[in-house]
Design a protein around this ligand. Sequence first.
Ligand SMILES: Nc1ccn([C@@H]2O[C@H](COP(=O)(O)O)[C@@H](O)[C@H]2O)c(=O)n1
Ligand SMILES: [Zn+2]
Ligand SMILES: [Zn+2]
Length: 633
Amino acid sequence: CSGCSGSVGHVEHVRHVKRMQPGAINATTGPTRALEWGQLNFLHTTDTHGWLEGHLKEANYGADWGDFVTLSTRFKHQAGNMGVDLLVVDTGDLHDGAGLSDATTPDGEISLKVFDQVEYDLLTIGNHELYLADIAYQALNEISTYWGDKYLTSNVQILDQQSVEWQYIGKTQRYFTTQHGLRVMAFGVLFDFTGNTNITKVIPAKTMVTQQWFLDALNCPEPVDIFVVLGHNPARGGNTGSTFPTVFDAIRAVHPDTPIQFLGGHSHIRDFAVFDPSSTSLESGRYCETLGWLSMSGFDATNSGFAGITPGPAGVPNPTRKAIQNATSPFVYSRRYLDWNRRTFEYHAATWYDQSFDYNNGLAATAEITRYRQQLNLSDVYGCVPQDYCISCTPFNSSSSIFPLLSEALAGTVVNESRKDIPRYIITNTGSVRFDMYKGPFTYDDQFIVSPFRDIFLYIPEVPYALASSLLGSLNNAGASQKRNLGVMSAERDICVDPPLGHFLEVRREEHHHHMSPRITRRQVVDILPGYTTSDDFGRDGDDTAHSEIPYYEIPDFFQGEAGFSEGSQADVVDVIFVDFIESDVLAILGSNYSSDDVSYYINSDFTTQDYLPLYIANSEAFQIGMPNCTVA
Ligand SMILES: Nc1ccn([C@@H]2O[C@H](COP(=O)(O)O)[C@@H](O)[C@H]2O)c(=O)n1
Ligand SMILES: [Zn+2]
Ligand SMILES: [Zn+2]
């Protein structure tokens, strides 16, 4: 936390822990088992949301995108040497979550260039590529153009600006043969998202599977050894809102035995689900905390064109588990969730034969990130956070929950000077708050990390107190329509964690100008760190590094700040302020006496949910640099 002891300023060049010091961590804090390599292997990222710098405040997720560029290149070489196939896959949501992606206009302008340096084989679109028109056109003009046949958007279309006709943003499917002869048919299917900008169209999965192009792909005259279905779509069905089961049923109706491999995302969890003896589904977390690994074997001349190593590569563990015990399917699987840090990457990268982990392409990406961060001033310090505040590791409304703090920030900063004496409620959705706040410097980057959206404050003036005061409760009882649409249910969220590792790790990052020789000191305090403790259809051994469990508490869908009320007297009317993202939820509760005609900007269209927290921190006594608890050595 250096940078908190001086005046408000800048901690540029501060880089995260690039190398764990040998011997500093005992074996229980890192990976202990080599990966099982099969005939076909997948490296999977999802919901990266711009976290390409890695987690500067959590060493356990401290690798950056350059480290992943190196690791994925090494894995490709390794697969080649072993005579097996590796597909590197991403399943969308590339921004809204960190400064590198969100401090530019439009979002992603810089971060996409960094993201592109990984040699992906298949990618698909997330809902965050579709909220806004300019971002959706960026998906068309930049992402799709760059990745070509590899970018699959089987059910997402956009209005072509010239012809004014609907066109797919990416390709609907990709049929290709891997290096070792596997014939793959791949699709990219977004869940039935309804919050998209109206210049895009999301075709519901149930419709998509009846479309002629899809039926033709299923009845393709060429042989298909495996269907690979990417999707910004939770890995498992049930109450998650995932449309994978619809796609599964449609493929199975035509191909009863061909393996189908699903790779999902969106609900930000680690998960692995078994669909049938030859079909499984992997989901690989969020925010560059997790790198997903899936491997399978069972291909031979009777069921495929696979011409690589059979039954599997030598000298490494191989997958051994049937998806369903005693089933007759020849396929066996393994899955693993890797923590996103250098130690893990080095451990699995087979560096024993050339000692040093880094490749030039990875180092170049790291250098680029550092340069872009400097350009964007992401390390500028706005204040000093006196303690950790988290989203769900502590009861909502407790003193270490982020929500009381944000309620106070809303109350203190969302003010229209000409209406400041009129009592006001300022309501927003808890889903707009994306990450915990850690003790120490609050940087420009943290502004986006906590609250990345440009959601504008709207209001309805002078709503009768009785109605206004019941609004928050009614909204929370009704539940967020956007959440229902997204299908992120609380049952799934209890294995989704926000690890407050700041408690347990004290990492001093020293400025370094040469990434080959970072000067880093690191104090490791415990053996098993809090983190992911995943339970999935294969059991509880999926986490590559064992962790202790982090408490999880439910949170409501909405919270509010309150201001302008006079003590001792009850208000007659209240200005009801809310963010544009929840306008339809608010109007639905207020009923037929109100419509969008009653809604206007409370301050202006420039003051958004990105702005209220830094403003509050800059002006709040408790967050000043040098305050007790905030002078961090
Ligand atoms: N303008 C926006 C857009 C989205 N949100 C919140 O994000 C959630 C979706 O995020 P995923 O990473 O799960 O796709 C959505 O449910 C909203 O809570 C927002 O607040 N403002
Ligand atoms: Zn996401
Ligand atoms: Zn999503």
